[in-house]
Design a protein around this ligand. Sequence first.
Ligand code: SF4
Length: 297
Amino acid sequence: MDLIPSLRVAVWSACDLSCEYCHREGDVHPGRHLADRELLMLLRTALPLGLRKIKLTGGEPLLRPGLPALVRELATLGADLSLTTNGLELATQAGDLAAAGLRRVNISLDTLRPERFRELTGEDRLAGVLEGVRAAAKAGLALELDAVVLRGVNEEETVDLIAFAGGLGARIQFIELSQVGISSTYYRRRHRDLESLERWLRERGEALEDATRRFDRPRFRVNGVTVSLCRFVRYAEPGARRRGLRLAADGRVYGFRYGEPPRADLGAALRGGAGQARLTELWARCVRIGQEVSAAR
Ligand code: SF4
């Protein structure tokens, strides 16, 4: 049964950067973090529903104490395992994570300019991120850089960022600013539609075969680099991402759209003594809610 093909799993709710557009995966009031054994139990109970892809997120996942040990356990589940990070801790952890069974990482990188990085994140730490990116490449992790495109901030850096990704053998994804979790004033000031970037990529690059099937994330090959676009406006289309689920660090389960209420609190169910069958039933209920929401739109 392929009801939960992929799951974003927040393993740590705090972050050591303060990006001005951050919505912390919509998880503004996190409760107690799940212990490793609780997290593993919850994910095991999702496997019968077809869970094939797990992406570890935060906050900043690398701030979770003992993450490589957790990754080693998660790798035994047999799902495709990846992680999204701000990159700061990769310089010290990339080797251990690769040895533990991690294969891919997404690293946030909106700019290659130190002053701009400081303004965007509140920290003068671009050099640390770049060190982490290089350590991840050296450890053999497959890399994808994630850059949020912001009007009046980094629009003109797309070519430089593509070249930087190419130099590392990495992919790059340009992300449209999401309206969720930020003020409408900030959104109006910084939102940049990616239409013209998509046009530029179509003219300069080669649309990859599956660009039309992956309607929400068209992909291109430009100067030997795979470039994808993540356009949130497209998620408003009926059916878009209806099957995506997110597990928050405290065990609550959400749909993919930030800002919606939790569909279930699996952490509380686990602490209340729920067994494997009951937890699988709760996962299935989360899927059903998504199908109902989707059908109602
Ligand atoms: S790195 Fe990610 S989680 Fe941390 S503040 Fe920036 S956007 Fe938020």
